[in-house]
Ligand binder design. Sequence first.
Ligand code: 5GP
Ligand code: ZN
Length: 137
Amino acid sequence: MREENCIFCKIANGGIPSVTLYEDEDFRVILDLGPATRGHALLLPKEHYKDLFELEDEVAQKVLVRAKRIAGRMKDALGADGMNLVQNNGEAAGQTVFHFHMHLIPRYKDDRAGILWKPGETTPEEMEEIKRLVDSQ
Ligand code: 5GP
Ligand code: ZN
């Protein structure tokens, strides 16, 4: 399924030109227009899924295999020191384009990209409560 008004459907299927690092029958990997670091790319399925929770299992499996292969190639080619794979679901999680995508973000020593979080605090009681809630689903 492709969505008429979805920009990533258009880009993934070639309707809008993009700088493409990889393409096969299911996916396209493009450079992000607002990169966090040099080489920040997005892995887009050609079919429309709003987010992770809509993704078919078969596509979900392929996502990680593709991400692994392309991120490795990018890391070597760009001389990156590390790589973040980031995937946002829902506005609260920072998703701004509602077509599933995986960010492939090369990291360079001292690049200062603001991707990681400051550790918070928890308690054993809270951890048990979280476990109970998830187990009861
Ligand atoms: P999200 O915040 O939804 O996880 O990520 C959306 C990403 O898409 C952002 O990093 C943003 O810079 C990128 N982006 C938004 N529109 C376009 C576009 O038209 N072309 C490309 N190449 N990237 C886009
Ligand atoms: Zn779409």
